[in-house]
Design a binder for this molecule. Structure first.
Ligand SMILES: NC(=O)c1ccc[n+]([C@@H]2O[C@H](COP(=O)([O-])OP(=O)(O)OC[C@H]3O[C@@H](n4cnc5c(N)ncnc54)[C@H](OP(=O)(O)O)[C@@H]3O)[C@@H](O)[C@H]2O)c1
Length: 239
């Protein structure tokens, strides 16, 4: 049976690099497109038209997520791996508590970084039920670890990732007995586009980050009954 993945936020950054690697490894990928003006996905589809399907996807919109699930269901009867990758940050997050906070912006981060993964799981569950690995992957962040938190602000981002981790735990409790498998991941500091422009000061190119992330996402683990947050060097993170 053809191995099939769905990935969110696939236009650029880690999402695009993961899409590229999955295609190279022979997977069929439904890649969520949020930025139709960004050319990388279309160029990749020209190289692998049978294996890359581009689907319009705004993970902050329930209608968009449901339409994407319907579009995928028209082409396949199952999905093996869902990678919840899309995520956003905001310049406003840096404001310490003595400065005016932007609560609308925090809600936008929560919607995209946290609730989106639930929307995706809900919309794709019928397709995942028929998949081989029933694998739900979540790109979280060290910023979501409460135990290791050292920042003094970044409220919207850190809180959205901590809440994502809780969502993953609840999904694990519910779906692990049905055979679902889970991957919760911190990809490292990447030269991606979260600030709007490429972050050249960071540690890793997205291609390098994807090379480290993909085996964790698609290979089996010794103990699927244990839910852990793992980083790009394979270390476990406290929650
Ligand atoms: N970069 C890092 O160092 C780092 C560290 C730890 C964790 N992460 C996590 O890694 C994941 C991937 O981030 P990245 O660094 O690859 O960032 P990126 O280069 O900005 O890529 C994320 C992609 O998701 C898109 N996106 C934004 N809002 C969306 C929405 N509502 N629906 C669908 N797609 C949307 C972005 O579009 P726009 O560009 O238009 O926003 C962008 O194309 C995120 O979850 C992030 O929190 C990143």
């Amino acid at each position: 049976m053809m191995q099939i993945a769905v990935i969110t936020g696939a236009d650029r950054g880690l999402g695009f690099a993961l899409t590229e690697r999955l295609i190279r490894e022979g997977w069929v990928v439904f890649a969520g497109q949020y930025m139709p003006e960004w050319p990388q996905l279309a160029t990749l589809r020209d190289q692998a038209p049978e294996r890359l399907h581009i689907i319009p996807l705004d993970v902050s919109s329930t209608e968009s997520v449901q339409a994407a699930a319907q579009a995928v269901a028209q082409r396949t009867d199952h999905v093996d791996v869902l990678i919840n990758n899309a995520g956003i940050i905001s310049p406003a997050i840096q404001r310490p508590i003595r400065e005016p906070q932007d609560y609308a912006e925090m809600q936008r981060l929560y919607d995209t970084n946290t609730l989106a993964s639930l929307r995706m799981a809900e919309a794709f569950i019928t397709l995942l039920d028929r998949g081989t690995t029933k694998r739900l992957c979540f790109v979280s962040s060290e910023a979501g670890s409460i135990e290791r938190a050292t920042r003094r602000s970044w409220f919207g981002y850190c809180m959205s990732k901590a809440a994502l981790n809780m969502a993953v735990k609840l999904l694990f409790n519910d779906l692990r007995p049905d055979g679902y498998t889970f991957r919760l991941y911190h990809p490292g500091w990447m030269r991606t586009y979260m600030s709007g422009a490429k972050g050249n000061e960071a540690d890793m190119e997205p291609e390098e980050a994807a090379a480290k992330a993909l085996p964790f996402f698609i290979e089996p683990r010794a103990d699927e009954d244990k839910l852990v947050m793992v980083d790009y060097i394979g270390s476990e993170w406290p929650w």
